[in-house]
Design a protein around this ligand. Structure first.
Ligand SMILES: C[S@@+](CC[C@H](N)C(=O)[O-])C[C@H]1O[C@@H](n2cnc3c(N)ncnc32)[C@H](O)[C@@H]1O
Length: 183
């Protein structure tokens, strides 16, 4: 599997997009991109994938110059919606000493705990990023979000309305003369 993917269209999930986002289309667990904010969708997906590593967008190697510039290795780091990405493992290998990984999927968190049981730099906690009350103020020096905010956004009502509007618009552009415009 490649180390990066098109934005929010990895295997499986994109098939249901055409169904209007009802969540009843194809893809892992019968989900669509509109399911990306649901723990159940991710649980089913990680079971199906068996915890195989997958980095959305970019691997650490590509992001390293930026990360190293702004984040000292001694920082206490929060990895938001860690998924099965190798990002945290790669950062630990690069000298980062404390990375707290959170994810809404309990299935994923169990898998990652087993996988990294001998890597003390990495901790894994099942948590919804919208409720971080388990942490006290100023717990972290840096938080990294690679693809999780996107997941919450595409599952929002606003996104549903926007994509419905876009589909409608594209349908109508088909009826226009060449060079015609949709205002
Ligand atoms: C698009 S994947 C990105 C995974 C990883 N960060 C990467 O770069 O490959 C989104 C991840 O966010 C998690 N997630 C979705 N909603 C969440 C929430 N409200 N709180 C915490 N994690 C969430 C999902 O379980 C999934 O692992």
């Amino acid at each position: 599997m490649s180390s990066s993917s098109p934005p929010l269209s990895p295997r499986g999930a994109e098939e249901g997009e055409e169904d209007g986002g009802t969540g009843s289309g194809g893809g892992v667990g019968g989900g669509t991109v509109f399911s990306y904010g649901e723990a159940g969708y991710w649980d089913a997906r990680y079971v199906e994938e068996g915890g195989a590593p997958y980095d959305w967008y970019q691997r650490y190697a590509a992001l390293r110059p930026f990360v190293r510039r702004f984040v000292p290795p001694a920082s206490r780091l929060l990895m938001i919606g860690c998924g099965s990405a190798l990002m945290s493992e790669d950062m630990a290998a690069d000298g980062y000493m404390e990375i707290i990984n959170i994810d809404i999927s309990s299935v994923l968190i169990e898998m990652m705990r087993k996988k990294y049981f001998d890597l003390p730099q990495l901790q894994y906690m099942q948590m919804d990023v919208r409720d971080m009350s388990k942490f006290s103020d100023e717990s972290f020096d840096c938080a990294i979000d690679k693809g999780t905010l996107d997941s919450l956004m595409v599952s929002s009502v606003v996104w549903r309305l926007l994509s419905a509007q876009l589909r409608w618009s594209w349908k109508w552009t088909g009826y226009l003369n060449q060079g015609g415009s949709l205002c």
